[in-house]
Unconditional design. Structure first.
Length: 245
């Protein structure tokens, strides 16, 4: 069983195109046109073209590509802000919202042509944002799943809560969890493929694999191929094995 996965994109459309190209090259080498490509979430924020990333993924799914797109915490924050009545994700620190400088929502709105001047109030900005972000994009974000299962693999954005059955996981944890999940050495019953917390290189911990290599912070966007519980990083020179820690 084979699957491909791409880490947190964060509005980096050029890097996304490069990741797709590496996957197509690997498909050609192994003669596999059917294995799914799982996008691990955090499609938006911080990078220059979140609108283009959503358009690319929406179009690919509509064209019948075997692409799975998961919900990340940044995608969830954007979708919640763009509801008829804007909402703030309760997992955020007090005083934070999607438009906080540390989150990246302002740059995402900029990719849709919406300026966010200093001093603007939510009631002034919200209708402009909803008018600029196509309904199809808002629906796409709202409908994103938070988990994808494939045999012995489980793909999520942030991680899972240890000790809780995979089918009983909450979206809050799937999109936001860090500490308890990272510290766990338990066998989760499936190999968890996730992002959310940037690492220098794709890292295999035995029970989980972190594929977020910091595209949201000006670093690389990684694409991997997984066969069983073995993982390879895809590069222009071909596969590079990811050793288990």
């Amino acid at each position: 069983m084979r699957a491909y996965a791409i880490g947190d994109i964060h509005g980096q459309l050029d890097l996304l195109h490069n990741a797709h190209a590496l996957i197509e090259e690997d498909r050609a080498r192994v003669g596999d046109s059917n294995a799914p490509v799982v996008h691990i979430g955090d499609l938006v924020d911080r990078g220059p073209d979140s609108a283009g990333v959503i358009t690319c993924l929406l179009d690919g799914v509509a064209q019948g590509r075997n692409w799975v797109v998961l919900k990340g915490n940044h995608d969830r924050m954007m979708e919640m802000f763009l509801r008829p009545y804007p909402m703030v994700d309760m997992q955020l620190l007090v005083g934070y919202n999607w438009l906080h400088p540390g989150i990246g929502g302002v740059r995402t709105l900029g990719s849709y042509g919406v300026e966010v001047p200093d001093g603007i109030r939510t009631y002034q900005l919200h209708p402009k944002a909803r008018a600029a972000v196509p309904k199809a994009h808002r629906r796409f974000l709202a409908d994103l799943p938070a988990m994808y299962r494939l045999g012995d693999l489980c793909f999520v954005h942030a991680g899972i809560r240890p000790g809780v059955l995979l089918d009983a996981q909450s979206e809050d944890d799937l999109c936001w969890i860090r500490g308890e999940f990272h510290a766990s050495t338990a066998d989760h019953g499936a190999l968890i493929i996730h992002g959310h917390t940037p690492v220098d290189t794709v890292t295999h911990y035995g029970n989980r694999v972190n594929i977020d290599t910091g595209a949201g912070h000006g670093k690389a966007l990684s694409a991997v191929v997984i066969e069983g519980r073995d993982v390879w990083l895809l590069t222009p020179e071909g596969r590079q094995p990811v050793s288990r820690g």
